[in-house]
Design a protein around this ligand. Structure first.
Ligand code: OAD
Length: 249
């Protein structure tokens, strides 16, 4: 299905474009999504694995899950959706790429200036927030020889550098996301079920400020109604088609 011409026209070189991605963008790479068929939350319960309370109760169990996900993601490669978006971060000087994904695949595809709303599975922090450690740092050890891995500064447990349910988002990251949504001429929501806030609210911010809104998702979401351009297709197909249409002018 050819992308609508009004969308192709809106994506001119100087356009202010904001793209919000979710787990569906990494599905074709083999990274499991959270909801829907085969989604992680079908097998696991978020409150047992992705909350500060869960970590306080059983840090080893939580780390076993994150260590498994790190191993899984390490064996995955970016797919055409990541590659198109990475190319767009270089092609469009006013494009902001926001992701809820913690897998780092946008960056591995070469995307620049990625705003990670939910942190990174490749970062860790000291669970006790010890004074000698930075808040978060990169550690790509796969698998960790000891779980939970010890903080190199105080010996206490490390935690995954992701945002858990019940935790606030990084204020600066959130402020930049809101600004990118408010100033967007074109706002894409790609491969997300649009149920987790505040990420899901960015679309409303963009719409209120007059953006052309675009959803790329093979399935309907709570955001689908009221979207200006609905591309009912997988991200790795729709983005490649759109990129081809842009190249053709
Ligand atoms: P979900 O798993 O909730 O939603 C994935 C969406 O991608 C669904 O709407 C699918 O229909 C769609 N999808 C599946 N395959 C696709 C494909 N090839 N192309 C495009 N879309 C596809 O994932 P998120 O919306 O990202 O939070 O989930 C949001 C947050 O909930 C996550 O960041 C995580 C999770 O709990 C935290 O960990 C804090």
């Amino acid at each position: 299905m050819a992308p609508p011409q009004r969308l192709v026209d809106a994506l001119h070189a100087g356009a202010r474009i904001t793209v919000l991605t979710g787990a569906g963008v990494s599905a074709a790479s083999g990274v499991p999504t959270f909801r829907g068929a085969g989604g992680l939350w079908k097998t696991y319960r978020p409150e047992q694995l992705a909350t500060p309370e869960a970590f306080a109760r059983d840090p080893r169990l939580v780390w076993e899950w994150y260590d498994w996900r790190r191993q899984r993601v390490a064996s995955c490669e970016p797919n055409p959706a990541h590659h198109v978006l990475a190319a767009w971060t270089r092609r469009f000087p006013h494009l902001t790429l926001i992701t809820q994904n913690v897998d780092g695949l946008h960056e591995r595809a070469g995307a620049t200036r990625v705003l990670r709303m939910h942190g990174s599975i490749w970062e860790v922090g000291c669970w006790h927030g010890c004074a000698s450690a930075p808040r978060r740092w990169r550690d790509e050890t796969v698998p960790f020889p000891e779980l939970p891995p010890p903080c190199p500064h105080c010996g206490g447990p490390l935690r995954p550098g992701v945002v858990w349910f019940g935790e606030p988002l990084d204020e600066q990251v959130l402020a930049r996301c809101l600004e990118a949504a408010a100033s967007a001429e074109v706002f894409f929501t790609v491969g997300t079920s649009s149920v987790v806030y505040p990420a899901a609210g960015l679309l409303d911010v963009a719409r209120r400020h007059g953006a052309l809104t675009v959803e790329i998702n093979p399935d309907d979401t709570p955001s689908s109604e009221g979207i200006d351009v609905r591309m009912r297709e997988r991200a790795e197909v729709a983005l490649v088609e759109l990129d081809r249409a842009l190249a053709a002018g």
